[in-house]
Design a protein around this ligand. Structure first.
Ligand SMILES: NC(=O)c1ccc[n+]([C@@H]2O[C@H](COP(=O)([O-])OP(=O)(O)OC[C@H]3O[C@@H](n4cnc5c(N)ncnc54)[C@H](OP(=O)(O)O)[C@@H]3O)[C@@H](O)[C@H]2O)c1
Length: 250
């Protein structure tokens, strides 16, 4: 029987890891998605979608499916699934590693206002601008919409549900990678004076930060939540080596 590797996904790194493991003899990858994105990227190997039913449900799944190792390659802001993975893997004695890409660091000339969470980010906005580009995904917009008098351009892959008030929010559905010229045009054409972002890391989403710098626009950067306990790597290559070593070790 093949060694089963569970990749908790929803990120580019998770897809790249599944691609890197595809075709390795004796290895079966199971990529797990929360199931929120309607048209996810093509992922080789077995694909499953939807929650496990908390840490207990995930632990039962690991045992039932005979999972050998788990790579938590979820987004660094997906706190619940990472905590569940940590608890479930400990319970089922399955080795686990977290693969989270390195965060961006503030470059010279960038003006960052680091906020502890979305509430703090929303509270910081009135002192910074009135027309906000919000690039935090389609969920968690409530703290921002509660701040009166601000106008938002919300860019996300999926449409927010419920749809926000049309008079204050312009919705742009788009999926990266983006480029700096396009991002600059976006900021200028909507007369954006402040940008809100998560610290996603990686190249695909960074051009908005660089474009904001060229226009002197401040960036409210929502800090990452604490990472899950245990081993962590920030590259697909390192996660791949870890998986291979673990599978070879017994
Ligand atoms: N948060 C972000 O900014 C962000 C950005 C880009 C992509 N994503 C991706 O979108 C997905 C959901 O993110 P989130 O922030 O809503 O997560 P979350 O708050 O940590 O998770 C909420 C619940 O969704 C289910 N879930 C999440 N990720 C899953 C996965 N990979 N496979 C199976 N079930 C999963 C779990 O349900 P049960 O408790 O029932 O198991 C989990 O308790 C994740 O896969 C993440 O990698 C998130």
């Amino acid at each position: 029987m093949s060694d089963r590797v569970l990749i908790l996904g929803g990120t580019q790194e998770a897809t790249e890891l599944a691609r890197a493991l595809a075709g390795k003899p004796g290895v079966e990858t199971i990529s797990s998605l929360a199931g929120r994105t309607r048209r996810p990227a093509e992922i080789p190997g077995t694909l499953r979608r939807g929650g496990f039913g908390g840490a207990g449900g995930l632990e039962a799944y690991l045992r039932r499916e005979g999972i050998r190792v788990v790579v938590d390659a979820t987004h660094p802001y997906a706190e619940a699934i990472s905590a569940h993975a940590a608890a479930a893997c400990e319970g089922a004695a399955v080795p686990r590693i977290a693969l989270h890409r390195a965060p961006w660091t503030q470059a010279t000339g960038e003006r960052w206002i680091v906020a502890a969470d979305a509430d703090a980010a929303a509270r910081a906005l009135p002192g910074l601008g009135r027309r906000v580009l919000l690039t935090i995904g389609s969920r968690g917009l409530e703290p921002f919409l509660r701040v009166p008098e601000l106008r938002y351009v919300v860019r996300s892959i999926e449409a927010p549900e419920p749809a926000p008030e049309a008079d204050r929010v312009t919705l742009l559905l788009a999926r990266g990678p983006f480029d700096i010229e396009g991002e600059r045009r976006l900021l200028e054409s909507h007369a954006i004076d402040v940008l809100v972002s998560k610290n996603a890391g990686g190249r695909a989403a960074y051009p908005k930060i660089a474009a904001a710098r060229t226009l002197g626009i401040p960036v409210v950067m929502i800090a990452r939540p604490p990472p899950p306990p245990g081993e962590r790597v920030d590259s697909v290559a390192a996660a791949l080596s870890w998986v291979e070593e673990r599978l070879a070790s017994d």
